[in-house]
Design a protein around this ligand. Structure first.
Ligand SMILES: [Fe+2]
Ligand SMILES: [Fe+2]
Length: 187
């Protein structure tokens, strides 16, 4: 696997770990109401930063741009499908963010909305990532010349340096660790 694609797949694995953690959190909703709203805010923050800002930033600003130049239009076909799936994920995340930013314990209705949006998000992002790994990335490796894939790896490095704030990954790692620990805690 080429370096740029390897980097995207490694990010998928990290995202999947937190999707599994969110799934555990949702299974236990209502059992420990105190920290629920803060946890939702942290999950939404993690996914917004890791998935939308970092990972989809690399895909949308670099990978899909290069694919477009090689005949894979953003208007139709696999790239267009990936873009609409990414937008569907953002809608669920916006709903979780707004609940996470509220005050006090979750109401019954909010808890139901968290369950629906979190499970919808988990399902969509899982399907999205497996479609990329099973279909899109093999197309990329098959269709884009080696030098373009090397440029892509450099573009990702530049993106990390110039578009992400200092300490970005360390900050997310700490949030992810505490969310994973809380979700694994037997109640
Ligand atoms: Fe994607
Ligand atoms: Fe991806």
């Amino acid at each position: 696997m080429r370096k740029a694609i390897e980097e995207l797949v490694a990010e998928h694995h990290l995202i999947e770990e937190l999707l599994s953690s969110l799934e555990k959190f949702v299974e236990r909703l209502g059992r420990r109401p105190d920290g629920e709203r803060a946890a939702i805010r942290d999950y939404a923050f993690f996914f917004h930063q890791m998935v939308d800002v970092c990972h989809h930033g690399k895909e949308e600003k670099h990978l899909f741009v290069k694919m477009d130049a090689y005949g894979f239009s953003r208007e139709k076909g696999p790239v267009s499908a990936m873009l609409s799936e990414q937008d569907e994920g953002r809608d669920h995340l916006d709903a979780l963010t707004s609940i996470g930013n509220g005050l006090g314990p979750l109401s019954f209705e909010e808890r139901e909305n968290v369950r629906g949006h979190a499970l919808g998000y988990i399902m969509r992002i899982r399907i999205h990532m497996s479609r990329e790994e099973d279909v899109l990335f093999p197309i990329v490796e098959h269709s884009l010349p080696d030098f373009v894939l090397e440029e892509l790896a450099q573009d990702f490095g530049e993106f990390e340096k110039t578009k992400l704030p200092a300490g970005f990954h360390e900050n997310l790692r700490q949030i992810a660790d505490s969310l994973r620990k809380a979700a694994a805690d037997p109640i």
